[in-house]
Design a protein around this ligand. Structure first.
Ligand SMILES: *Cc1c(COP(=O)(O)O)cnc(C)c1O
Length: 233
């Protein structure tokens, strides 16, 4: 018997998310603002990812270099992939030619390597700086206190263009941290650092995207809410 894969749960999830996003935008934001929805694809098979792309989610978020490299050739060509996971410097070379944005820059060392690899292929790599807004040991991201130093250093790098901030706030009390990120984003914008633009504030996941929209997110990253529970097999 042939297995028929039914992706209608993705349709339903997407309908619900779209509805909640437009409700939140209407309630909390100016009419000329917009928010992008990213499909977070870790552990998700390419057929399901492509189904989401057909529904209109062309922006994909990948966490793991190895998994991404094994799946990317199967993704429909009209998708755009951004890297959102912890990135080891020795793996930058595997993704540099195919991701539009690296959202997880959190050290000078990593920025230097991205700059070096991007120069090799004649690319200016768009990046976001990830902020560890809850000061959690278990999480990536740079300390809030060190953020400006990192930004000023990356501003000098010819093959990197920082265009915003990313955060994964603590699960408990997320609202306070989303609010802190909004403030930080505004502060950095006001500082008008040369060669740094604050266009993207990437925050909000399946559990907190409505709140993230309330606090100015321009890009929400949805995994389980779209594809269902992850199977780590
Ligand atoms: C897994 C992941 C997400 C999505 O999380 P969900 O709770 O499944 O929506 C978003 N951002 C990053 C960086 C992730 O690793």
């Amino acid at each position: 018997m042939q297995m028929v894969t039914d992706f209608s749960y993705i349709d339903e999830n997407y309908r619900r998310i779209s509805f909640e996003v437009s409700e939140a935008m209407a309630k909390y934001r100016r009419s000329d603002e917009k928010v992008d929805i990213m499909a977070v694809t870790k552990t998700v098979e390419p057929a399901a990812v492509n189904h989401a792309a057909e529904l209109g989610i062309k922006l994909l978020g990948e966490n793991r270099v190895q998994e991404y490299c094994s799946k990317k050739e199967f993704y429909s060509k009209d998708t755009e992939v951004q890297f959102i996971g912890h990135l080891q410097t020795n793996k930058v070379k595997y993704i540099i030619d195919s991701v539009s944005v690296i959202q997880s820059v959190d050290s000078i060392k990593l920025a230097n390597e991205i700059n070096r690899q991007a120069a090799k292929i004649g690319k200016v790599q768009k990046c976001l700086v990830e902020v560890n807004i809850g000061n959690e040991e278990s999480k990536g991201g740079i300390d809030k206190a060190c953020l400006k130093d990192l930004l000023y250093e990356t501003a000098e790098m010819e093959n990197i263009k920082v265009c915003g901030l990313m955060a994964i706030p603590p699960i408990m009390g997320a609202e306070k941290y989303l609010c802190d990120m909004q403030q930080l984003f505004a502060d950095i914008s006001a500082e008008k650092i040369e060669n740094i633009s604050m266009e993207v504030l990437s925050m909000g996941m399946s559990g907190d995207y409505v709140q993230a929209i309330k606090y100015g997110s321009t890009l929400i990253r949805i995994g389980r809410g779209l594809f269902g529970p992850r199977n780590y097999g």
